[in-house]
Design a protein around this ligand. Structure first.
Ligand code: ATP
Ligand code: MG
Length: 427
């Protein structure tokens, strides 16, 4: 019987030890769980970090790719540029005739003619005789069509800055103003009117008269008032050194005018090329001038439709002009610019004294009476001289004596009486 309590006690001890074991194992599990949780949190944060890194790397990659593309484009551009530098220059030429869609005859600017092929990427509509083109140096095939080129001398003739002269700045010449407006401005502004009446509008106007009577001035006023392009040429500009150059200038001038139409071409001092062609003892220079005139006559005739191009010529030597230039059909209207009459002189004086500080005693009507036979430029000279006389005596108002002195000076200048120079002038 003494064994029983031992068993019980051993059982109790055992059960105690089982409890402690169970307790211990539950403890260790909790610890394990906690450490697993910790590890999980650490892994998740690591995962987040890595994802962020991946995102950043992707962004960097995209930026690098776009930069690479940009570099590629730059390389291509530089290569193209290098190829351009390496490629031989193109030869310029003018198409002379079109044989079929792919073959044309071209005259190169160096002289010889070629039967050339036309590059496929060119529009067949652009291939016309007279067109400027670029040819490959070796194959001479046409690779490009160029816009028409004008001599820079011709392009510079177009008046860009409108003159400030208006019709009101021109004294007298009422009839001339009227004639010029209806022959030049009216056909450009209302061509229908001429169609309705059934007459061909005038092609050109020739202004002639003594020097200083306002021919150039009136042309400037036309340029001021018109909306059309205005080309101003001085006859002597068309006289060139080399054979055929003058004629080429005239041709290009009219070509430019046609392109810019409506256009007014004003040829001042037309006698420089329009002088009558004699038949004896021609110098080579005269030949060149006469060739230029012939081209001008042909252009005035307008074998090509002249379009809305009007011509104004001006000269003070109508007597030496070639008859061919004066016949109707070239210059339809010939307008004379006479010396101003008394009324005209008064208005010219009024115009030139507009800004001057005149005394009340100055009578422009009296001055107009005394200036018989003077032209517009001399009347202007009288006004300027009168102003100078006032300045000389340190006055700001101009008296009638200033005008009388000025008149005497200008008249002396006209008659060739040289005012004696002071002796000490050059000493
Ligand atoms: N009718 C006018 N009204 C006002 N000023 C005039 C008139 N005529 C001439 N003048 C003055 O004379 C100057 C010279 O005139 P313009 O240049 O028009 O002469 P032109 O007839 O062309 O002479 P040329 O035949 O010598 O070329 C003008 O700048 C202007 O100041
Ligand atoms: Mg003039």
């Amino acid at each position: 019987m003494s064994e029983t309590p031992d068993i019980i006690s051993s059982c109790a001890r055992e059960s105690n030890s089982v409890d402690t074991i169970a307790e211990k194992s539950s403890h260790s599990k909790e610890n394990e769980l906690a450490s697993l949780r910790k590890a999980n949190i650490a892994l998740e944060s690591r995962n987040f970090e890595l994802r962020e890194q991946v995102r950043q790397l992707r962004l960097q990659n995209a930026a690098a790719e776009s930069q690479r593309d940009q570099y590629k484009r730059e390389i291509k551009k530089l290569r193209d540029e290098l190829n351009d530098y390496r490629s031989p220059p193109l030869v310029l030429g003018t198409i002379e005739s079109v044989i079929d869609e792919t073959h044309v005859v071209v005259r190169s600017t160096t002289g010889p003619q070629f039967l050339s092929r036309v590059s496929e990427h060119l529009d067949p509509k652009d291939i016309m005789p007279g067109t400027l083109c670029a040819m490959h140096l070796q194959s001479f095939s046409i690779v490009d069509i160029l816009p028409p080129k004008y001599d820079c001398q011709v392009s510079a003739m177009e008046v860009m800055d409108t003159p400030t002269i208006t019709y009101d700045d021109i004294g007298g010449l009422e009839e001339q103003k009227q004639l010029l407006r209806e022959s030049v401005e009216l056909p450009l502004r209302s061509p229908r009117l001429f169609e309705t009446v059934g007459i061909a509008p005038p092609k050109g106007v020739l202004m002639f008269g003594p020097p200083g009577t306002g021919k150039t001035l009136l042309a400037k006023a036309v340029a001021h008032h018109t909306k059309a392009s205005f080309i101003h040429v001085v006859g002597s500009e068309l006289v060139q050194k080399y054979i055929g150059e003058g004629a080429r200038l005239v041709r290009e001038l009219f070509q430019m005018a046609r392109e810019r139409s409506p256009t007014i071409i004003f040829i001042d001092e037309i006698d420089a090329i329009g002088a009558a062609r004699g038949n004896d003892s021609y110098s080579p220079g005269d030949h060149e001038v006469s060739r230029t005139l012939m081209q001008l006559l042909a252009e005035l005739d307008g074998f090509d439709n002249r379009g809305d191009v009007k011509i104004i010529g001006a000269t003070n030597r109508p007597d030496i002009l070639d008859k061919a230039l004066l016949r109707p059909g070239r210059f339809d209207r010939i307008i004379e610019f006479p010396l101003p009459d008394e009324e005209g002189r008064k208005t010219i004086l009024e115009i030139h004294t507009r800004k001057m500080n005149l005394r009340k005693t100055v009578s422009l009507a009296d001055i107009a009476k005394e200036t018989e036979g003077m032209n517009g430029s001399e009347l202007m000279a009288v006004c300027v001289e009168a102003g100078m006389n006032a300045i000389r005596t340190r006055r700001t108002t101009i008296s009638s004596e200033d005008f009388s002195k000025a008149l005497a000076a200008v008249k002396a200048g006209r008659t060739g009486i040289v005012v004696q120079q002071p002796d000490a002038m050059y000493s």
